[in-house]
Design a protein around this ligand. Structure first.
Ligand code: SAM
Length: 272
């Protein structure tokens, strides 16, 4: 387990770090391939009329909105420990009365027992030490028959490698080491869910390949190169050279960025 993962305690990072992460999160949220990925697992859930859905770890709020416009919930609540993220989500979606955000912890959400129709965790669990506690909280707050949707990266597949010994790929490996608490969460989640009483439904893979300006992957390269410099791993000139390599590849149509995501749907059994 990596203790360096800033997403595991984002609220206590300094504001500049939270803001940089928020900007990267937004770049990922609005990437059309990421939107399609979320639609692929959210659009065929059968929620009851008037459903209330909750996103644990709602970040900038774009994915919380998808609980309404993709999953068909009537109202959605985002719970997120970072006040910077909550403020940003509230400002972005102030015109959407069905969408609310509050600070809180997915391990102790403060929601009533059996009070919500759906819980979503989108790229949350890879950052949480003790994901079992979050799964137990989802089980507690869901109504019998309620839906749990989890999607996260299958991080060992993340790469920018275009050939043997490609130095750019070291940034991806480094960023995984620095920013992900559990790389293997989606390979472990089925066991955790069934151990907490959930009935398993669809599990799907979603390949994500960077297109066009590769905006999200570029934030990974830039943040990774800067962090390598900050940690004293490389000289500033080398950090800049790695960023330049990524930009040159993009201009020359040589840039490749890929990661597979996995989604898992589960239900709280009826009659529990
Ligand atoms: C990678 S971001 C994903 C945000 C959003 N789901 C998205 O996909 O854009 C992970 C979020 O989980 C939040 N988080 C981390 N630990 C949490 C916890 N214990 N309870 C709730 N949220 C948490 C972080 O603050 C961060 O905003």
């Amino acid at each position: 387990m990596q203790v360096s993962d800033p997403y595991s305690n984002l609220g206590s990072q300094d504001r500049a770090v939270q803001t940089r992460i928020a900007e990267a999160m937004e770049a990922r949220c609005i990437d059309p391939a990421q939107v399609a990925l979320r639609r692929a697992y959210l659009n065929d859930l059968e929620l009851p009329t008037g459903a209330l859905a909750v996103e644990f770890g709602s970040g900038t709020g774009h994915v919380t909105k998808n609980l309404i416009d993709m999953a068909g919930a009537s109202s959605a609540l985002g719970i997120e420990p970072s006040p910077v993220m909550v403020d940003r989500a509230q400002a972005l979606f102030s015109a959407e009365p069905a969408l609310t955000f509050q600070t809180g912890d997915a391990k102790a959400s403060g929601l009533e027992d059996a009070s919500v129709d759906m819980v979503l965790m989108h790229t949350l669990l890879c950052h949480v030490p003790g994901p079992e506690d979050v799964v137990a909280e989802a089980f507690r707050v869901l109504k019998p028959g309620g839906v749990l949707a989890i999607c996260d990266g299958d991080y060992d597949t993340a790469t920018t490698q275009i050939g043997d010994f490609d130095p750019l790929d070291q940034i991806v490996r480094f960023m995984l080491d620095q920013n992900v608490t559990n790389m293997w969460i989606m390979r472990q989640i089925a066991d955790i869910l069934s151990g907490h009483g959930f009935e398993l439904s669809q599990r799907r893979a979603h390949g994500y390949v960077a297109e066009g300006e590769a905006a999200y992957f570029m934030t990974v390269i830039e943040r990774g190169a800067d962090k390598m410099v900050e940690n004293g791993l490389v000289f500033p000139q080398t950090g800049e050279a790695l960023k330049a390599e990524a930009k040159l590849r993009l201009e020359a149509n040589r840039f490749f960025g890929f990661m597979s995501y996995v989604s898992q749907i589960a239900h709280k059994p009826r009659g529990v």
